[in-house]
Write a new protein. Structure first.
Length: 326
């Protein structure tokens, strides 16, 4: 296993590094990085719907789209991000426990009662300090997560929008009231750098073949090319967020889904699916399947029952998805 620590806080470079390691290194990898203030949106999300545009522009916050699904997260210098890139020939599940357990082990060694809860979160006393996401590529799994250590939570709350479809409480709680920093639960002072060191040592003990790896000049050139052509572009980060003439949002067991359709004379001409769901196959395949079909409930339901919708929208049923089309 190659263990890497980022030497930059540039979020576009760090996200590009994840993709580079996934697609170009045969070894398993463990990658740690810290970003400048930024919002990292899920692959399937409508970026403009997830951010407070005025606040983001005013405070020069980067918005970067990642490879994996799931919801938008806020990064700043008080947030440590970890990434496992592992060869998994059989495992194509969206169970996040395997690669969150090392983090929980380290926190428990520090006396912090951290737990894995819900779909993809790690919590302390019921408050979230980590969200996690997965991406599948050939025989590899990339699983990454955030670790709020000493983040500025009011900034997090102001930068992200709360989607009322995802939180149906009579009084919608602020984002900052539902999250917590790890540092608030330590019985003695530990720096973020010390936590990072503890995590690295624990992972090295878990994997006997592990070694510290520094990116080479050719690695860096390839990553910068990815930044230039993808992660630093408007097309990748915002171009997946157009407007359509039919829009509906639904909450499912697999997450929030927003469906946008252009329907002309009863036929679906364009389709776009956003949300914080997870997926094994590209959601664009599902979008293309809808294009050219009539916008009629039973017709679409019969079509979707033959394609294995759970591969595109994990833990979402055909009935739930069809509900969002009408």
């Amino acid at each position: 296993m190659l263990i890497l620590r980022s030497r930059t806080t540039n979020p576009a470079f760090n996200l590009a590094t994840e993709e580079f390691l996934l697609k170009n290194k045969s070894e398993d990898c463990f990658y740690l990085y810290i970003n400048n203030p930024s919002i990292i949106v899920g692959r399937n999300q409508n970026a403009l719907a997830e951010i407070n545009v005025h606040y983001v522009k005013e405070n020069n916050i980067d918005v970067i789209r990642r490879q994996s699904g799931g919801g938008a997260v806020f990064h700043d210098p008080g947030n440590l991000n970890f990434t496992f890139i592992m060869t998994e020939l059989e495992d194509k599940s969206v169970d996040f426990r395997k690669y969150t357990q090392p983090i929980l082990d380290v926190l428990k060694s520090l006396g912090v009662d951290a737990k894995f809860e819900g779909r993809n979160d790690m919590t302390i006393k019921g408050k979230k300090f980590s969200g996690n996401a997965k991406y599948f590529y050939k025989d590899k799994i990339l699983q990454h997560g955030t670790l709020l250590f000493s983040s500025t939570l009011p900034n997090l709350s102001q930068a992200l929008k709360l989607n009322p479809l995802k939180y149906r409480d009579k009084a919608v709680k602020s984002i900052s009231s539902r999250v917590t920093n790890i540092s608030e639960h330590l019985s003695y002072e530990v720096t973020l750098q010390e936590l990072e060191e503890r995590i690295i040592n624990h992972v090295r003990n878990m994997y006997n073949d592990s070694e510290i790896y520094e990116l080479t000049d050719s690695d860096i050139d390839a990553i910068n090319k990815l930044v230039e052509e993808k992660y630093g572009t408007w097309d990748w980060n915002f171009g997946h967020s157009p407007q359509y003439n039919f829009q509906k949002g639904i909450k499912t067991n697999g997450g929030h889904i927003e469906i946008n359709l252009e329907v002309i004379k009863g036929e679906i001409k364009n389709a776009k699916i956003f949300g914080d769901f997870f997926n094994i196959r590209e959601v664009s395949e599902l979008e293309n399947l809808l294009i050219g079909t009539t916008h009629e409930q039973e017709h679409i339901k019969k079509l979707l029952e033959t394609v294995g919708i759970e591969n595109y929208l994990s833990n979402v049923t055909v009935d739930e998805f069809v509900e969002g089309l009408f």
